[in-house]
Each structure stands twice: as structure tokens, then as C-alpha cells.
Design a protein around this ligand. Structure first.
Ligand SMILES: [Zn+2]
Length: 141
């Protein structure tokens, strides 16, 4: 087993490997595969194969400079499409799920900061720790 791992490490030496673009292509391929499981079209199957071939071609490529250029172009595209703006709402949703049993979340009406409050039902007055604005909240359950 150790011998196989060593051979794999030697094989990957000097090759590009996987990056964000590879993971994106993997997800894209998975989506195409799920869609194709309903349709069963040969063209979609060919697209899946092409995407997977591209991922492995990039991973085993020795032209690291060119692969890095592709990766940078992909990052620029993400910035231009403002994909990163989706990160904050997704993080907030994640936090709400984590603290579902113990806390409630409210937005400060003054500075729009997302506040995590102890789960105490009823009306109460709170002070925003960021801007000091005082406002009333009502937690039902
Ligand atoms: Zn505030």
C-alpha cells in the first residue's frame, strides 16, 4: 500500500493537480450526470466525458504556468459575476441552522448588522453592540 502511494506521489510530482476550477468542473459534471439520468441522451453523456477528461488533463498537466493562467481567468470570471456576494447569505443561513435551538437572529435596523440573540421569548429591548442603536424585538418561539 505504501509502495502504491509512493508511486502515485512520484507520478504527480511536477504536475498541476486540482484547483477551484477542477472542483467547479466536477460539480458541473455531477449536475450534467443528474440531468442525464432523467434524459439518457448520448450528447449529454459525451459532455460528461469531455468535462471529466478536461479535469484529469488539467490535473496531470506539466504546463503549470498555463494551468495557473486558466485558474486566474476563472477567479476573475467569478469576481465579475459577483458569485462571492452569495457567500454572506449562505454563511448566515448556516449560522441560523447551527444555533437553531439556542439563539435567534435579528438584523439591526440602523447598521444592518446580523445579531445573534439568546432565545428568550417575548418582547424586549436590545442594544446593537456595533453601533449602539437601541431597538425593540419580539421573539415568538
Ligand atoms: Zn447596529
Amino acid at each position: 500500500m505504501k509502495n502504491i502511494m509512493q508511486k502515485l506521489i512520484n507520478f504527480m510530482y511536477g504536475r498541476y493537480g486540482f484547483d477551484k476550477l477542477s472542483y467547479f468542473l466536477f460539480v458541473l459534471c455531477f449536475v450534467v450526470a443528474v440531468v442525464n439520468s432523467f434524459r439518457g441522451a448520448y450528447t449529454l453523456y459525451a459532455i460528461e466525458l469531455a468535462i471529466i477528461s478536461l479535469v484529469f488533463f488539467r490535473a496531470f498537466s506539466r504546463n503549470i504556468f498555463k494551468r495557473q493562467k486558466e485558474s486566474e481567468a476563472f477567479e476573475r470570471l467569478l469576481l465579475r459575476l459577483r458569485i462571492y456576494k452569495l457567500q454572506k447569505p449562505l454563511r448566515n443561513l448556516h449560522l441560523r441552522l447551527i444555533y437553531l435551538r439556542t439563539h435567534r437572529f435579528r438584523k439591526c435596523p440602523n447598521c444592518k448588522e446580523n445579531l445573534r440573540l439568546k432565545r428568550k421569548t417575548g418582547r424586549r429591548e436590545i442594544v446593537c453592540p456595533k453601533c449602539g442603536y437601541q431597538f425593540k424585538i419580539f421573539i415568538i418561539f
